[in-house]
Ligand binder design. Sequence first.
Ligand code: SOE
Length: 396
Amino acid sequence: MRPLRAGLVGAGFIGPWHVDALRRLGTVEVVALAGSDDARARERARELAIPRAYGDWRALVADPGVDVVHIAAPNHLHHAVALGAIAHGKHVICDKPLADTVEQARELLAAARAAGVFHAVTFNYRGNPLVQQARVAIAAGRIGAPHLVHGHYLQDWLLREDDWSWRLEPGQGGAALALADIGSHWCDLAEHVSGLRIVQVLADPATVVPRRRKPARAAGTFAAAGNEEDAQWVEMAREDLATVLLRFDNGARGALTVGQVCAGHKNDLALEVCAAAGSMKWRQEAQNELWIGHRDRANEVLQKDPALLSPEARPYARLPGGHQEAWSDAFCNLMRDLYAAIARWDEDRGGLPPTVATFEDALRVQCVVEAMLASAAGGGAWTRVDVAAQPERNTA
Ligand code: SOE
């Protein structure tokens, strides 16, 4: 069977990590890249050793030599590029969040289903072995029924007024900023690990940095902005910080803090599930450890070691105990599962690996974030998460 051929739209921060992961699989060819213009596309394609470069994504999604379109472009392009790829019968792997609005996400889900193509969103933290260990343990009832799911996702790369990103451009990141960019990750992971669904939210967003110096040439994600003389001041309207109360479908309560203005927190995603017979906590910045809390005996810290993991979690640990694994290894785990599902797509579309978040899962997250914005718009009222069709887990 010939290798699957991937085309990448966008090569900013996350795009090259798609390429890195796919090349590690050894079964996928990265054959094309589309950038914001011909020169930029050619430059990035040369840097990444990708044979074909397009200055317009429309040419890439129409390329008969591309089987799978990876969307790693700014959020406001996700909807159009995904629709275009689906229209050409391509499988689609889109970075989060899926779209700028619930309506767009719903349209993409319907289009992907109608076209019969594989569709997924890279909620990549699902690919961590200890995330899978926690999910399997909780699903098996090993810590009992959850009654609290809480945590945070904190970064500091937007703390200074001269920090800039395309995410801050009105119209390029959607109605939400931090809640869409990283709150979406936490909400997906909280539901994925706990097995619960967020059904009500009460959100209190804030704009800590009310105005920013937009550089003439935007710095990359996490990149420190230059002290550009010709920068211009831009008023900020969306949240760079939010505290959110949560209620889950089994009655469990929750609390989430999301912020990109928290000094010292680089990529600090933390999730804890407290349940009737124990607790489990995982932190992305210490991702080779899983803390397990007990009432009547000593707490434990499970080190990432395939020999100690459940059979369902073991495949996500690629190295023996003591050989630390990292962010890009988890990303590669996700790509491995996505391409295994694509490879058998024509024969079998059910039973997707647990790490696969479909457009339906992503639509749910979009609804959660939109409910948070509605809650804030209502002065901080409890707001129900309204997903018309309750998703089946991991259905396509
Ligand atoms: C910036 O906040 C960012 O790159 C997010 O866009 C990613 O989804 C997250 O994984 C790391 O931080």
